[in-house]
Ligand binder design. Structure first.
Ligand code: FE2
Length: 512
């Protein structure tokens, strides 16, 4: 057991102020709030997200003492002006956008800058600097814009990841994602966990609150800060823009539209927003937020990011075939189907949280397994998949997290009829770290469920999916770590355990 004392994660030392001229404070009319900070406030790194054809959102959060128990990261209760720059080169010789924004205590001194007006389909570099004495310069991040509407990219390389419990394994998958330098990272939920485990295989510990679960704003904030003290996670954020949705553990295990309280949701959502590179459109208010959204990648791909938590009917609703029992809201369902009726791109990726393919173990269509998957919400699942069939969606690909194991499955018009039409595929990413060495220590080598012949792959290792989309095919490499307990990434190999190809127009998985 490798326990690392939490206090050792506080990184000291002041960053050297840059000699490169940055725009002066107040350039955007925001009144400067002069202050000083005791240490480098950029210990949580930088991030970018939700790229469009001409921009993205840039993120950082000031926290000179990330693990302070009050969740405020060692920041004073005053505003701090933060300057930002976007350049076409890593030396910031050619700055193409810059400005000043204000980090406020109400937002835990997080910064979200939405940049627009940039060139399509181009990589950029960005960084921040505090307007303090002394000033501090952030590490630089790399991000990019998407291709413009109608423009076909040669390829899109993206990672699909989820489920990063701090304690259960090292974040080597994040380091490999950083080393891959993808165009985009999809993170499909369980970025933090509200609970601590006491597994003997744990590699490190969450800050101990003396409670089993966290449920307050200060506690949630500290969770995110603790995660960002991990250099591999910071590297993955700095390497590429992310598109992020949350699942249950950013709030409470298996929550739905009836629990937890509005107050707890509001606090969890606030901390999530403060710590994620998402746009103001995703800013929570009154215990709700708009998480579902669409990202375009020219004429090659679209990502429909879903919210399967906030509006989910409780599993206590008895009949999963009941049409009113919903995984996503009625509005979101219509929004999804309306979007799928248009055809701007070859591939339609549904980025969502829980298992979509039929996994009902007894194959009884009248049995309602409330097991935190779409099996419990069959009527809506049928409406969605029949809806994309009716609309002639040529290449639907469902991308999923949550289950801490790699899975790949063909989607059938009738999962109970193996001869029915292929209507799409699902790629399920294992966890980055959750579950430890094995998701189920009692069953470390699960077999394919033989009675579900459309399930093509199942593997219990930590990792992520490395995808490459072209106009001809999507290639999915199911990456696995050789070790989850070895702390030194240099001693760990990360390699594809299986490779599948989805040829354009075929809606089925082939071994690649
Ligand atoms: Fe998880």
């Amino acid at each position: 057991m490798r326990n690392v004392h939490r206090r050792t994660f506080i990184l000291g030392g002041a960053a050297a102020a840059s000699s490169i001229a940055l725009p002066s404070a107040g350039a955007t009319g925001v009144p400067a709030t002069a202050t000083s900070l005791p240490h480098d406030p950029f210990q949580l790194g930088v991030a970018s997200g939700d790229p469009s054809a001409d921009g993205f959102v840039l993120w950082t959060r000031l926290a000179p003492a990330p693990l302070n128990p009050d969740g405020r990261g060692g920041m004073p209760s005053s505003n701090v002006d933060v300057q930002w720059q976007v350049a076409t080169d890593g030396n910031f010789a050619n700055v193409v956008a810059s400005g000043t924004t204000t980090a406020t205590p109400a937002s835990a001194h997080s910064v979200h800058v939405e940049v627009s007006g940039l060139d399509h389909s181009r990589f950029y570099h960005y960084r921040f600097r505090t307007d303090t004495t002394p000033s501090y310069l952030s590490p630089a991040g790399r991000t990019r814009t998407a291709p413009g509407p109608g423009v076909l990219a040669n390829q899109l390389r993206f990672a699909v990841a989820s489920c990063s419990h701090w304690e259960e394994s090292w974040f080597h998958a994040f380091q490999q994602i950083a080393d891959d330098s993808p165009d985009l990272v999809l993170f499909l939920g369980d970025y933090i966990y509200e609970f601590s485990t006491d597994k003997t295989t744990n590699v490190r510990e969450y800050v101990d609150w003396g409670t089993d679960v966290v449920d307050t704003l200060a506690e949630y904030r500290l969770r995110y800060a603790q995660h960002r003290t991990d250099p591999a996670l910071r590297a993955a954020h700095a390497a590429a823009p992310w598109a992020v949705v949350l699942d249950d553990h950013e709030v409470k295990n298996n929550w739905n539209n009836s629990t937890p309280s509005v107050s707890q949701r509001a606090q969890a959502f606030q901390a999530w927003y403060e710590n994620m590179p998402v746009r103001a459109a995703q800013k929570p208010a009154g215990g709700t937020m708009t998480m579902h959204r669409r990202l375009g990648w020219g004429s090659l791909a679209r990502f429909h990011m879903l919210d399967t938590r906030q509006y989910r009917s409780p599993q206590s609703v008895p009949d999963c075939n009941d049409g009113t029992r919903r995984m996503i809201s009625a509005n979101q369902e219509q929004w999804l189907l309306d979007g799928l009726a248009t055809r701007p791109a070859t591939w339609d990726f549904l980025g969502q949280q829980v298992f979509f393919a039929d996994r009902d173990s007894d194959r009884d269509p009248n049995t309602c397994n409330g097991d935190d998957s779409w099996d419990g919400y069959r009527a809506q699942r049928s409406r969605i998949s029949a809806g994309w069939v009716e609309r002639g969606v040529p290449n639907p690909v469902v991308l999923t997290g949550d289950v801490h194991r790699h899975w790949a499955a063909d989607l059938l018009a009738n999962p109970y009829d193996p001869d029915s039409a292929h209507i799409g595929v699902e790629l399920v990413a294992t966890s980055v770290s959750s579950g430890g060495p094995y998701a189920d220590p009692n069953n470390p080598n699960p077999r394919l469920p033989g009675h579900l012949p459309y399930v093509k792959y199942l593997h219990d290792r930590r990792g992520y999916i490395r995808c490459t989309a072209t106009s001809e095919q999507v290639t999915a490499e199911f990456m696995q770590l050789s070790s989850t307990t070895e702390p030194d990434f240099a001693k760990v190999s990360v390699s594809p355990h299986a490779r599948f190809v989805v040829p354009e127009g075929e809606k089925r998985l082939l071994r690649g």
